[in-house]
Design a protein around this ligand. Structure first.
Ligand code: NAI
Length: 244
């Protein structure tokens, strides 16, 4: 494979789809990973042969992840960038949150990201080259109704920092992108009045686009950032600074 290879999880829609589009434009070969087979296949066809391949996998399943990395190495022989974007929400105030709500969010967001990082680390360490970009959320700083989600995303921040320490000497750099309110199927499911209230608390009084996150991921993937590791890049219209 002459092109650089990027794996992007949760790429069938929303932010992951925009990151995939951007990385195709950057001339990467894009491995689209998602549980959503229908949209994944549609996207593979839209990007065309030689640009992308869809691989169905559930990132929280250890066997799926092992199989995915085996397939990638057997067929493409390298992994330059891993973008851990797949994530879910199951929001409730804590006294209404079930153990299932907690377990499922931790399972996909944190365990899934950790499983993907572990397999990538084995390969990138040997390659002596690689970038891992983990998509967390501004919500790791705290959001009422998201005790499970904020904990999972705080876990991703901790994971990123540890991997920066463990992999730096192998020329593998690991960073987090923390989006704020972004217009995707995930937020489109919110009632209009709830969404408007969230927009009103933004310093920018606006909602971000998936492409805004994709630009940050493209930047952190580039060779120009070889001295940046273990960091959080917020793409949140300033919300992490405070509510306006
Ligand atoms: P989305 O719900 O629009 O898309 C998520 C994608 O991940 C879907 O295609 C889904 O099928 C896939 N997915 C879910 N579970 C999976 C699994 N176990 N294995 C493989 N794929 C799986 O979500 P959106 O909004 O695009 O979010 C992407 C990431 O950005 C998530 O990690 C989310 O937590 C984060 N984020 C989103 C924000 C927003 O405002 N939309 C704000 C901050 C962070």
């Amino acid at each position: 494979m002459n092109k650089k290879v990027v794996i992007i999880t949760g790429s069938a829609k929303g932010i992951g789809k925009a990151i995939s589009q951007r990385m195709v434009e950057e001339e990467y070969f894009v491995l689209l990973v998602d549980v959503d087979k229908k949209n994944g296949q549609v996207l593979e066809a839209a990007f065309g042969d030689g640009n992308a391949k869809f691989i169905p996998a559930n990132i929280s399943n250890e066997n799926d992840v092992a199989e995915l990395f085996r397939f990638v190495m057997d067929n493409y022989g390298r992994i330059d960038v891993l973008v851990n974007n797949a994530g879910i929400i199951r929001d409730h105030i804590i006294w209404k949150m079930t153990v299932d709500d907690f377990d499922e969010v931790i399972r996909v967001n944190l365990r899934g990201t950790w499983l993907m990082c572990r397999e990538a680390a084995k390969i990138m360490r040997k390659q002596k080259n690689g970038r891992i970009i983990n998509i967390a959320s501004r919500a790791w700083l705290g959001n009422a109704g998201q005790s499970n989600y904020a904990a999972s995303k705080a876990g991703i921040v901790g994971l990123t920092r540890v991997l920066a320490l463990e992999l730096g000497k192998y020329n593998v750099f690991v960073n987090t992108v923390a989006p704020g309110l972004i217009d995707t199927p995930l937020t489109q499911a919110l009632p209009d009045d709830v969404k408007q209230k969230l927009i009103d608390t933004q310093p920018t009084k606006s909602i971000g686009k998936p492409e805004d996150v994709a630009h940050a991921v493209a930047f952190l993937s580039s060779d120009r950032t070889r001295f940046i590791t273990g960091q959080i890049l917020y793409v949140d219209g300033g919300k992490s600074v405070g509510a306006a």
